[in-house]
Design a binder for this molecule. Structure first.
Ligand code: SAM
Length: 249
């Protein structure tokens, strides 16, 4: 099994594949102040198994295209949506976030939690801009320094892992430079990492290792995730995901 298939197998067991929570979805939606008179066209890009997609479908009068490039995540979302009576509102699409097939000016809202870093924040917000209707909303979460002086060890780690890591002020400037008017921002609170993401993930480590007979590749993935959790425990005051809400100008 290659590394991507192993990651897919590990994260299939978790309720979400990145930091977030039902509360922060609601908070972001409040900032959007959507007019729900007619059915909204929404895409959740890098949806994973769709924790937020399902919540959006419950709350909004919307047709939601849930995009991911891992087919087993989408199959899980299809099955959950069916069980929850939400299948008619959610359409899964197996596709790269860098090659979305949407028509220009067709989307009321593009939602993406913990995923845009795969393209890079600046490239992603630029590439997705044409798909939004004028006045359409972008809701995106992105790793963000909580203040301007994060610890040196942490800065070195993230600059190797994702050189675009930055402060909220600089992320907002990127949005403005790419045709968006920022309308809201908040940092995800601690429980989005601990209770909603890392605790369920850590509970999967042993069953995952057992399924893969402690293979070198599976052990390396667990070690990497344990190191990430330890780094977060040590420096949680210095960084989080920022949730950015912006309108297409
Ligand atoms: N949004 C979900 C959540 O918050 O639980 C998942 C976040 S997870 C950190 C990132 C997701 O992006 C994964 O499901 C992964 O498969 C997907 N992804 C990564 N690169 C992608 C790409 N190039 N195109 C489409 N999806 C991608």
């Amino acid at each position: 099994m290659d590394e991507l298939a192993l990651l897919e197998d590990l994260f299939l067991g978790t309720p979400r594949q990145g930091p977030g929570s039902p509360d922060t979805v609601r908070r972001a939606l409040e900032l959007c102040a959507l007019d729900a008179a007619s059915e909204l066209q929404v895409a959740d890009i890098g949806c994973g198994t769709g924790a937020s997609t399902l919540q959006l479908a419950q709350i909004l009068n919307a047709s939601i295209t849930a995009v991911d490039f891992l087919p087993r995540f989408l199959a899980r979302l299809d099955a959950t949506a069916l069980d929850a009576g939400l299948a008619s509102k959610i359409h899964t699409l197996c596709c790269s976030m860098g090659a979305l097939p949407f028509a220009a000016n067709s989307m009321d809202m593009l939602w993406s939690e913990g995923a845009i870093y795969n393209m890079g924040f600046a490239s992603g917000v630029k590439a997705w801009h044409p798909f939004l209707k004028p006045g359409g909303l972008l809701v995106v979460s992105e790793i963000t320094w909580s203040h301007s002086a994060p610890a040196d060890e942490l800065r070195a780690f993230w600059q190797r892992a994702y050189p675009e890591v930055d402060t909220a002020g600089n992320k907002i400037r990127v949005l403005e430079a790419n045709g968006y008017s920022p309308i809201g921002y908040f940092l995800l609170p601690e429980e989005c990492w601990t209770e909603h993401y890392y605790a369920p993930l850590a509970a999967e480590f042993e069953p995952f290792l057992k399924r893969h007979e402690d293979s070198e590749a599976a052990s390396a993935i667990v070690a990497e995730n344990r190191a990430e959790i330890a780094l977060h425990e040590k420096y949680s005051g210095d960084f989080s995901y920022g949730m950015y809400i912006a309108r297409k100008c």
